[in-house]
Ligand binder design. Structure first.
Ligand code: NAD
Ligand code: ZN
Ligand code: ZN
Length: 346
């Protein structure tokens, strides 16, 4: 089968042929419907050898949807049936530790020992015709949602869902939430905030087409990133600042904007991995602001995201490309030319 593989650090991925895997005991073979192209893959590719504990090569794609193709021995009584449309929950933990037991495999206590974060992140992922999923517990049923365009729910939506949910109790009427960077994650964050909170949603991006995407996703205000962006946000919030700032970039500049536009007691939540730093000291951030760096989301939260999508409350804005065009699509993402989320289909 065709697969998009990372074969060397600081190298573009290769489209190559690999054997179709056989599901062993407890495993499920998925026929892939679509694999989302996440900006994190660019960070993974760009980091030098040794930065991540992953062995090469592996198939990319940590945002995957598809149909159950073959149930391995011992999975027949899981409720899954061949042909079922499913999402793959992406962060694969040990499945047993206290974090995994509550479905928070993103925070598996044994993560360091596992030396891979999941399929597409150290183990074979979804940018292929078939994907081996190590346990039925990692599959979330899609019901009547079309798996061909559902892949972004597993990361582009789950990550901001987890990040935003922590702050919902603060987002009372009259408050504002800022989303910085309206790409794959950010355009879902805008929709999630509109679906889950009464807060005014302010989107910030360097690109005007991304601000158009934010407006289409329901943002109440759109602010071009750069000089004066935090002042604009202060004005829009009557001088108080935003109660939640979700930074989907994570660069020095965006974290500085986040601190400058946050309200007293705000949550400054950074999910972008651009490697910026934010000084946290008196005067640098508002009083009692909480800065956090959440990672991905939990299995129960992915089921909640699917419920929102099935109810029509959120919908990924996608562009679809054939698997063989992976190289060009990653370049589009690097150049900021992807509209919403790109999906590769076999
Ligand atoms: P993307 O490329 O689709 O979107 C990034 C957006 O940020 C684009 O719209 C771009 O125009 C905008 N942008 C870039 N620089 C900016 C700046 N200085 N100011 C304002 N906007 C700017 O990326 P994505 O797939 O949505 O991922 C976003 C980030 O989140 C990446 O760093 C990715 O690695 C990270 N990520 C983190 C997690 C996590 O669990 N923490 C999960 C998934 C992705
Ligand atoms: Zn990702
Ligand atoms: Zn665990």
């Amino acid at each position: 089968m065709t697969a998009v593989r990372l074969t060397g650090w600081q190298k573009p991925p290769e489209v190559t042929r690999v054997p179709v895997p056989e599901p062993g005991p407890g495993e499920v073979l998925l026929k892939v419907a679509g694999a989302g192209v996440c900006h994190s893959d660019l960070h993974v590719m760009d980091w030098p050898a040794g930065a991540l504990p992953y062995d090469l090569p592996f198939t990319l794609g940590h945002e995957t949807s598809g149909w159950v193709h073959t149930l391995g021995p011992g999975t027949q009584n899981t409720g899954l049936r061949e042909g079922d449309a499913v999402l793959v929950y992406g962060p694969w933990g040990c499945g047993v530790c206290p974090a995994c037991a509550r479905g928070a495999e993103n925070y598996c206590h044994r993560a360091a020992e596992l030396r891979a974060a999941g399929g597409g992140l150290g183990l074979d992922g979804g940018m292929a015709e078939y994907m081996l999923v190590p346990s039925a517990r990692l599959l979330v049923p899609l019901g009547d949602l079309d798996p061909r365009t559902a892949a972004p729910l597993t990361d582009a939506a789950l990550t901001p869902y987890h990040a935003v949910k922590r702050s919902l109790h603060k987002l009372v009427p009259g408050t504002a939430a800022v989303v910085i960077g309206v790409g794959g994650l950010g355009h879902m964050a805008v929709q999630l905030l509109k679906a889950l909170s009464p807060a005014d949603v302010i989107a910030v991006d360097v690109a005007s087409d991304k601000l158009d995407l934010a407006a289409g996703a329901g943002a109440d205000h759109c602010v071009p990133a750069g000089e004066g962006d935090a002042d604009r946000i202060r004005t829009l919030t009557g001088g108080l600042g935003a109660t939640l700032v979700l930074d989907c970039v994570g660069a020095d500049a965006t974290m500085a904007t986040a601190a400058a536009c946050a309200a007293v007691e705000a949550d400054i939540t950074v999910v972008g991995l651009a490697g910026g730093t934010l000084p946290v000291t008196f005067g640098a951030v508002p009083f009692e602001a909480a800065v956090s760096i959440p990672y991905w989301g939990t299995r129960p939260e992915l089921a909640e995201v699917v419920a929102l999508a099935r109810a029509g409350r959120i919908r990924p804005h996608v562009e679809v490309h054939p698997l063989g065009e992976a190289g060009e699509v990653y370049q589009r993402l690097r150049d900021g030319r992807v509209d919403g989320r790109a999906i590769l289909v076999p």
